[in-house]
Design a protein around this ligand. Structure first.
Ligand SMILES: C[S@@+](CC[C@H](N)C(=O)[O-])C[C@H]1O[C@@H](n2cnc3c(N)ncnc32)[C@H](O)[C@@H]1O
Length: 184
């Protein structure tokens, strides 16, 4: 997954919002030359407290808020970049969250994403659908089968770039989509 992170995180620039930062695994990949200020939100303090990077040592301003994507505690038009990695799979209300992301993004801003989701192969998708209820229960709400492109495009964004492939690993959880989108 760190290879996937390196494909997207370095493109974040300006005033950046990371949604569902988890334990901060993206932090090493932000560009010190491009990022001015990073705001991170995460509902689980328990997860965030597993972060091993001292955020005082980051080469840009950093602030953390305990919050959900469905209710982002910032003013409209605040961010040049919003970044989502392996978070849409877990977000409960994707419609409300993507609406919130559009609200806090500047009109010229971009949404950068890297997510796992619905596989293109019927046989794998069948497994994803079959296992999902159990997976969700044991995996903290994570879904295997979300149609990531449809969710993003269907909620007011258009893609500037999107790639997809199976990354190494168990196929039902390894079909990745990554790229950048702008407000339509
Ligand atoms: C699989 S982890 C990924 C963490 C991190 N984004 C990464 O790339 O390592 C999913 C994260 O989404 C967070 N999350 C779940 N529901 C959320 C929501 N509604 N809004 C924001 N974050 C949420 C979880 O607490 C968890 O930290």
């Amino acid at each position: 997954m760190s290879i996937q992170r390196q494909k997207v995180v370095p493109f974040a620039e300006g005033n950046v919002l990371e949604i569902g930062i988890g334990s901060g695994l993206n932090l090493p990949y932000y560009s010190k030359d491009k990022v001015k200020h990073l705001t991170a939100i995460e509902p689980s303090l328990e997860t965030w407290n597993r972060n091993i990077i001292n955020t005082n040592d980051l080469p840009f301003d950093f602030e953390f808020a305990q919050a959900f994507a469905e209710n982002i505690p910032t003013e409209p038009n605040s961010f040049d970049t919003v970044i989502l990695t392996y978070t849409l799979c877990t977000i409960q209300d994707t419609f409300k969250s993507l609406e919130e992301i559009r609200r806090v993004l500047k009109p010229t801003g971009k949404l950068i994403f890297c997510e796992h989701g619905k596989a293109p192969d019927e046989a794998i998708l069948k497994w994803q659908n079959r296992i999902n209820p159990f997976w969700k229960m044991v995996g903290g709400g994570c879904n295997l089968n979300k149609d990531i492109p449809k969710l993003i495009e269907g909620n007011g964004f258009q893609f500037k770039k999107i790639d997809s492939m199976y990354i190494p690993g168990w196929k039902p959880a390894s079909f990745n989509y990554w790229g950048a989108a702008e407000i339509r």
